[in-house]
Ligand binder design. Structure first.
Ligand SMILES: [Zn+2]
Length: 410
């Protein structure tokens, strides 16, 4: 059983006191007490594997009760959006520094000579911009904190980047694609660009074509994590894009149905991360880069979550939300893809005799309350639509009407 962990028992065992403390914290949460009633504090990896896994809802229930704070002298406690597809933003906590000293100790994509554009969006309680800033800070490079820009600003910024000798840029792959697509459209190149850092979505293979045109010498450097776990693993240009080397302070476990769960071994971690499942499936294997120790290959999602521009959209939650609306009998999500990427997401509403609901208000509400939609369609919000229809789309062969329909557009 223990060979399904990223660390051998001899290495992880002496650090399990952190997991035992997390266990006690979780067990102190009244709503979770029953989950852990029959469990003992984990003294071995087998004990750990026997604990119930934690999902986002349970973790957020725990955080609401525990209200963790950074130790005095360790800086502030930052609250960030941790996704959640509908309703109020769910929140994750981290101290100043965002645990990036542990990341920097094993992964240094940036060095003192780099000129780094931080293109992760800042504000709205998003974590990645600040996390990347902390890494850049540790590397001692020059930092251009650009964040997100509007469509008509790309060309000017890209011209500035070229003149400033930008050597590195970081963002979610969807955002990076926008930058490189605008550069290609404007005929701009970034000849000094060597490094593309990414986090927050799966790598998009189309980025290789973008890079070949805009920055032929640039190579990708990836991080994998979530706002609950923070950075779990990293990779280099020599690793496959879906394979990451776990940090020594992150214990990765492959459970039932290949679902990955994560347990922090970092005593400073504020979120109670104990067998936390992101919904990603994966496997542990040797990385072709040759670095010793098991690497984590991420295989994608195993729940009712569909990938929209690299972000997970909870289809069932979105439908349930729409069907609570007065006048809506049934709802269906229609995703139209172009070359494998979601061009539009439409929510189709089968309305009752009372007439259609207030479609535009519902659209606005869903867009602002759904983290995946507001982020994925940040630059083209009109690509998320809500449309009353006379009938939903059925499968002609089976006669079934699924909650999700994915079509290839023209
Ligand atoms: Zn590797």
């Amino acid at each position: 059983m223990t060979d399904l962990f990223s660390l051998p028992a001899a290495t992880a065992g002496p650090q399990l006191h952190v997991a035992r403390r997390t266990f006690e914290r979780l067990r102190s949460v009244p709503e979770l007490a029953r989950r852990y009633a029959d469990c003992g504090a984990p003294r071995s990896l087998d004990d750990l594997a026997a604990l119930p896994p934690l999902d986002k809802d349970a973790l957020n229930t725990a955080l609401a009760h525990l209200e963790p704070r950074a130790e005095r002298g360790a800086g502030a406690t930052w609250l960030f959006q941790s996704g959640g597809s509908t309703g109020a933003p769910k929140v994750g906590h981290a101290p100043t520094g965002f645990y990036m000293t542990g990341v920097h100790a094993q992964w240094q994509p940036l060095d003192h000579d780099d000129v780094f554009v931080n293109a992760w969006g800042a504000g709205r309680m998003w974590g990645a911009h600040f996390l990347a800033a902390a890494l850049a800070d540790l590397s001692g490079c020059r930092i251009l904190a650009v964040g997100s820009v509007t469509t008509d600003e790309y060309a000017d910024w890209l011209t500035f980047f070229a003149a400033a000798g930008v050597t590195a840029i970081g963002g979610t792959p969807s955002v990076l694609r926008l930058w490189f697509a605008h550069a290609r459209a404007a005929g701009l190149q970034l000849p000094a660009l060597r490094k593309v850092l990414w986090l927050g979505e799966a790598w998009q293979p189309q980025l290789a074509a973008d890079l070949a045109a805009v920055a032929p010498r640039a190579r990708r450097w990836g991080m994998f994590g979530s706002t609950e776990t923070w950075v779990v693993g990293t990779n280099t240009p020599d690793c496959p894009a879906d394979t990451f080397h776990p940090l020594p302070e992150q214990l990765v476990h492959v459970g039932a149905e290949d679902l990955l769960d994560f347990t922090t071994l970092n005593p400073d971690m504020l979120n109670p991360v104990l067998r936390y499942r992101t919904g990603d499936a994966g496997t542990l294997l040797a990385c072709p880069c040759g670095r010793p120790g098991p690497a984590m290959r991420v295989l994608g999602r195993r729940d009712s979550v569909v990938q929209v521009r690299g972000l997970g959209l909870h289809v069932d939650e979105l439908i349930a939300r729409a069907e609570r609306e007065p006048g809506v009998n049934r709802a269906q999500v229609l995703i139209t893809e172009q070359r494998g990427r979601a061009a539009t997401v439409e929510l189709l509403l089968l309305t009752g005799p009372d007439g259609p609901a207030d479609v535009e208000r519902l659209r606005r509400d869903l867009l602002s309350a759904t983290f995946t939609l507001s982020t994925a369609f940040q630059h083209d919000p009109e690509s998320f639509r809500v449309r009353p229809v006379d009938e939903l789309i059925s499968n002609d062969r089976t006669g079934k009407t699924a909650g999700l329909v994915v079509r290839e557009g023209s």
